[in-house]
Design a protein around this ligand. Structure first.
Ligand code: SF4
Ligand code: SF4
Length: 497
């Protein structure tokens, strides 16, 4: 199989209409404004509406639609949520307050904090039943706005997206199997480019790029450079790319391309830094896909009560922390290191442990993404997407001011909410679809293991060195099949069980 690299000839930014919209100076603001409006409605309903999750927009949109739409977005396009992320809207305002030269501390310039916060996010989601509480859901959304604003104001780069945000971490890893990637049309143009505006930003004065920490002046027409400090001529990965397209808007030579590629190109041939944090992040991402689904099936409740008896506690906190700590941290770190050690031992041309782990860790991305896709896209979204109709009707009825406004503009005939609306495909299709998606993910991961075996010092690691990785991937797949065959709790809606 030929693995196609991003081809700047197939540049989405040069497509009619969509290309112009994406490159438009206010393009990102346009997408962000749409999502900000949605967030504002969710906040409003979350704080003032009915505190019953299946009937509140904040919970239904967050836990059904947001999660479902982004996973389909990764499959068909790329990191669509970060592209229109409303949490970074205060970025420009925050940059006005930025202390010149303020840099994110060196000790935190890695993914360890992101791993910790990803773990914390999924633990809190389960422990506090975020999916069941409109109020807690909107506090999380509000907290996001505040945290992103504060970090953007204190530091001159975008540390929130790159090093902190759990949603961003999820999106970065998922987008490594997406079919679009930033690249440049003419690498030679970059070699002679003086301003490097794609990373430095562009001012209204030609040839005067924005420097890190520059404070914006009102009325000065500028385009920011890459907030996560990626340099387009050197990009060969979607990791850390928010798809904001600031680089494309800033480049004075129209040299940045958003090009189509084979979705497996990055994980099979990408040259990720062989760092412990990055490699373990991908493996943790895979195990967390199982941990998150396991939190919704009956055995977890039995395990919790057994642990509660053993520990002599009534609170859910301790047992849940142990369950999630083991599945989402101890197992991926333990199995990841053990498998890398076995692979290294079985290789005829062994590389050090860190390099062995770094070489094979990207192979977990396809299977992990497939499990998330089956879960969020298949189970939750396809089974419940139409619930948005009765929930919106209910929102309008519950908020007399909204109802009166719609009547004033001549849109008053709402009808009664039909609470049976939910699934967009026959419900009995869901299980086979989910299993099929996971199986395809497994095949893609096995293929990736084999491809990555060609990239190391050994030139070609023989099957024996690949075997431990194959066994671990098969184990994850069987665990996923087992979990997905069990009855799963609905989250955000109440129309199935
Ligand atoms: S992408 Fe554009 S701004 Fe960046 S180095 Fe190349 S030509 Fe210069
Ligand atoms: S490379 Fe940087 S500026 Fe360009 S789309 Fe990605 S995050 Fe945005």
């Amino acid at each position: 199989m030929t693995v196609y690299k991003p081809n700047p000839q197939h540049n989405l930014l040069h497509y009619p209409i969509i290309g112009r919209l994406l490159r438009w100076r206010w393009g990102r603001l346009f997408f962000q404004s749409g999502l900000l409006l949605v967030a504002a409605v969710m906040l409003y309903d979350g704080f003032t509406g009915i505190q019953f999750a299946p009937e509140n927009l904040s919970t239904v949109v967050t836990w059904v639609h947001y999660r479902g739409i982004i996973v389909f977005g990764f499959l068909l396009f790329g990191n669509i949520f970060c592209m229109g992320c409303p949490f970074t809207m205060p970025r420009t305002l925050a940059r006005r307050l930025a202390i010149r030269g303020g840099r994110w501390p060196k000790i935190l310039r890695n993914k360890w904090l992101a791993i910790g916060l990803l773990f914390t996010f999924f633990f809190l989601y389960e422990w506090l039943d975020l999916w069941a509480s409109p109020l807690l859901t909107v506090w999380v959304i509000g907290g996001y706005f505040i945290a992103s604003f504060v970090l953007e104001a204190l530091f001159a780069e975008s540390p929130f997206c790159k090093y902190v945000c759990p949603l961003g971490t999820f999106n970065f890893v998922s987008s490594t199997i997406s079919p679009l990637q930033i690249t440049v049309s003419e690498p030679d143009t970059c070699k002679t480019c003086v301003g490097k505006e794609c990373i430095n930003g562009r001012t209204s004065t030609p040839g005067q790029p924005v420097k890190q920490g520059d404070v914006l002046r009102l009325g000065d027409i500028q385009v920011l450079g890459c907030g996560t400090e990626l340099f387009p001529p050197q990009i060969d990965s979607n990791l850390d790319c928010t798809l904001c397209l600031d680089c494309a808007r800033a480049c004075p030579h129209d040299n940045v391309a958003l090009a189509w590629r084979n979705p497996l190109q990055e994980v099979t041939q990408g040259t990720w830094a062989q760092r412990w944090d990055l490699s373990l992040l991908v493996i943790i991402f895979a195990f967390t896909s199982l941990g998150n689904a396991f939190g919704m099936v009956p055995p977890v409740f039995q395990l919790e009560s057994w642990l509660g008896i053993v520990l002599g506690v009534e609170s859910e906190f301790g047992p849940l922390l142990i369950i999630f700590g083991v599945i989402n941290f101890v197992l991926p770190v333990g199995f990841g290191l053990l498998t890398a050690w076995l692979s290294m031992t079985l290789s005829k041309h062994p590389e050090p442990l860190r390099q062995t782990l770094g070489r094979y860790a990207p192979a977990f991305a396809p299977l992990a993404f497939a499990i998330w896709l089956a879960h969020y896209g298949g189970f939750h979204f396809l089974s419940s997407a139409l619930a948005i109709i009765p929930v919106t009707q209910n929102f309008i009825r519950d908020h007399g001011e909204v109802y009166r406004f719609l009547q004033d503009i001549g849109w008053g005939g709402l009808g009664d909410p039909d609470w049976t609306l939910g699934a967009v495909v026959p419900v009995n299709w869901l299980d086979p679809m989910e299993m099929g998606v996971i199986f395809i993910g497994l095949l893609a991961s096995l293929y990736t293991v084999n491809e990555r075996a060609k990239n190391g010092r050994a030139k070609r690691d023989k099957a024996l060195a690949q075997l431990p990785w194959v066994i671990l991937l098969l184990g994850l797949t069987f665990a996923a099949f087992w979990i997905f065959y069990l009855p799963m709790e609905m989250r955000g809606t109440a129309f199935m069980s």
